[in-house]
Design a protein around this ligand. Sequence first.
Ligand SMILES: [Zn+2]
Length: 94
Amino acid sequence: MQIALWAMAAESLADIHCYRCIYTWTPRRAPVRMCPRCKSRLWIVPKVRPIHVGTGLGIPEVLGLHRDRVLALAKRYGAKRVRVFGSVRRGEAN
Ligand SMILES: [Zn+2]
């Protein structure tokens, strides 16, 4: 009986995941105060990484003239999601 009640309670609580360590678990009781893996009380608050805008060259300066050629090459070879990353994305290229 005791086990059946615990199973019913566990089924009513859906799996949740921690925003800090991406651990997923089924809570045994509500409310959930901390992540059982990393012990963070901020497990429910998403981390927001601010984008630093640098003083170097950015996407328009580096890719501006070659944008059409890059997209044409991507289309020719079947690439669908072309992205810019790293120092150019941050605007710190030199
Ligand atoms: Zn965690």
